[in-house]
Write a protein that binds this ligand. Structure first.
Ligand code: C5P
Length: 273
């Protein structure tokens, strides 16, 4: 049995650079893994099975964990079955990358259980076929991501910065937020995409997310929630990914909503998180 942690992520900044002919959007975003996460356990078995503590999640082939199992089988040609249990802690439809992290963790685990036959860089490249955010999790946990998110560049670690995750009951499906974005005027930026990263690494961070405007247009209560969180004292309050969760840095007052304290974490070389 192999038991692994599967961290959530936040986007410290997220710029939508433009729409692509394939329907996706080019991004420029700084991704960071955090100590809020799920736990997955894996055991080779006769047949595949997935169980999950959250009964509202599908455990069939539509779950990214099972998509990762199928991907690994197809790419390696290996024959195996695997019994997987997912202890779910990361809220869904939150922009926290829970499903993507679970898929990356599954690829890592299968490679370990089946003799480390695949290079991590290869697992990372394969993973882009089943989701744009999955390759990031094969970085060291702080990475500048471009393309549709799958072009991953490790950057220096930012340390164990404490943050609070707040997630309202409403969730947002990623395609709906991007669809709304396409109906709106593009965000105006004074910097070039890479300057956002340089400023961040020089200790002059500008936290922003171009997906806030379409998410807030889709669900106006999110704008009100952001204002309320800022008024409660947090220095930085930013929606992560396509929402609907926010991360807050600084000190604020507890809300009646789902709330979790976390810190930035990084992946040690040659180990999982
Ligand atoms: O790649 P993934 O399956 O996570 O993407 C989900 C959806 O999010 C896509 O179908 C697309 O609508 C949108 N998306 C996008 N541009 C990206 C990433 C995702 O438009 N860079």
């Amino acid at each position: 049995m192999l038991t692994l942690f599967s961290p959530a992520k936040v986007n410290l900044f997220l710029r939508v650079v433009g729409r692509r002919p394939d329907g996706y959007h080019d991004l420029s975003s700084l991704f960071q893994t955090i100590s809020l996460g799920d736990t997955l356990s894996f055991q080779l078995a006769e047949t595949d099975s997935l169980t999950c503590t959250d009964k509202s999640l599908p455990v069939d082939g539509t779950n990214l964990v099972m998509k990762a199992v199928e991907l690994f089988r197809r790419k390696t040609g290996l024959r195996f079955g695997v019994k997987i249990h997912l202890d779910k802690k990361i809220p869904s439809q939150a922009g926290l990358g829970g499903g993507s992290s679970n898929a990356a963790t599954t690829l890592w685990a299968l490679n370990r259980l089946l003799g480390d036959c695949v290079a991590v860089s290869e697992l990372q490249a394969w993973s882009a076929e089943i989701g744009s955010d999955i390759p990031f999790f094969f970085s060291q946990g702080t990475a500048y991501c471009t393309g549709r998110g799958e072009v991953v560049e490790d950057v220096g670690m930012l340390g164990a910065v404490p943050l609070t995750i707040v997630k309202p009951p409403i969730g947002l499906p990623t395609p709906a937020v991007y669809a709304r974005l396409r109906t709106m005027a593009p965000a105006v930026h004074r910097t070039a995409p890479r300057e956002d990263l340089e400023l961040f690494l020089r200790g002059k961070p500008h936290y922003f997310n171009d997906l806030e405007a379409p998410a807030f247009a889709q669900e106006p209560t999110l704008a009100a929630l952001k204002e309320a969180l800022k008024r409660s004292g947090y220095k930085t309050v930013l929606m992560t990914g396509s929402g609907s969760a926010f991360f807050c840095i600084g000190k604020g007052t507890a809300t009646h909503l789902y709330q979790a304290n976390a810190v930035y974490v990084n992946r040690p070389t040659n180990q999982w998180y």
